[in-house]
Design a protein around this ligand. Structure first.
Ligand code: SIN
Length: 185
């Protein structure tokens, strides 16, 4: 068996938590990144889920993230660890990677499909903002997940209008709450 590429588009970008030989910015065609997956175990709780990203099929779209090349002898243990970390609805999915610096290869992404029990789907942006703003779980606040993702994408010069809009709206809402508290004394 040869080495295997693992594609990360969410927390795997800034906190891979796996041993890898190499990492490259890569794109997967036909998918878009959306805060449509419920998180009951990392950024929310069973009775109060947060929202994290999944890949949603969208013809003509593409999603940029980071691909990690994992050595063949570590692949089984790596997938075992990731299967546990991504257990709340995500499944391994074969994807075609297009590397930013050229070339293509096969990889594996963790995708939470629309029919998984934790899938939340689309919602008005105000609702998504409010849910991210109030949620927290064993891995930290949902806000931290969003801001970490935003800053990792900016560092890598990856554009994502959906993520950037949510981060902007959350910052505005935090500023507003601070101003309200200051006014209240
Ligand atoms: C990923 O990062 O690729 C999967 C979703 C997540 O764990 O945030």
């Amino acid at each position: 068996m040869e080495s295997v590429w693992v594609f990360g588009y969410g927390s795997l970008i800034w906190r891979p938590g796996i041993a890898f030989r190499e990492r490259r910015v890569a794109r997967v065609g036909g998918w878009t990144r959306r805060f449509w997956q419920g998180s009951h175990d990392h950024r929310g709780l069973p009775h109060a889920p947060g929202r994290v990203v999944t890949l949603v099929p969208e013809p003509g779209a593409s999603c940029e993230g980071v691909a990690y090349r994992v050595a063949a002898d570590l692949a089984a243990a790596t997938f075992e660890g990731l299967d546990h970390r991504e257990k709340n609805g995500y499944q391994r999915h074969d994807v075609r990677l297009e590397f930013r610096r050229g070339g293509t290869d096969q990889g594996v992404a963790y995708v939470a499909p629309v029919n998984n029990p934790a899938f939340l789907g689309s919602a008005p942006v105000d609702e998504i903002v409010a849910q991210i703003g109030r949620s927290a779980g064993p891995s930290g606040t949902n806000l931290d997940y969003l801001y970490q993702l935003e800053s990792a994408l900016r560092r890598l010069r990856i554009e994502d209008a959906h993520v950037f809009e949510l981060a902007r709206r959350l910052r505005e809402s935090e500023d507003q709450s601070r101003a309200n508290r200051a006014r209240a004394g």
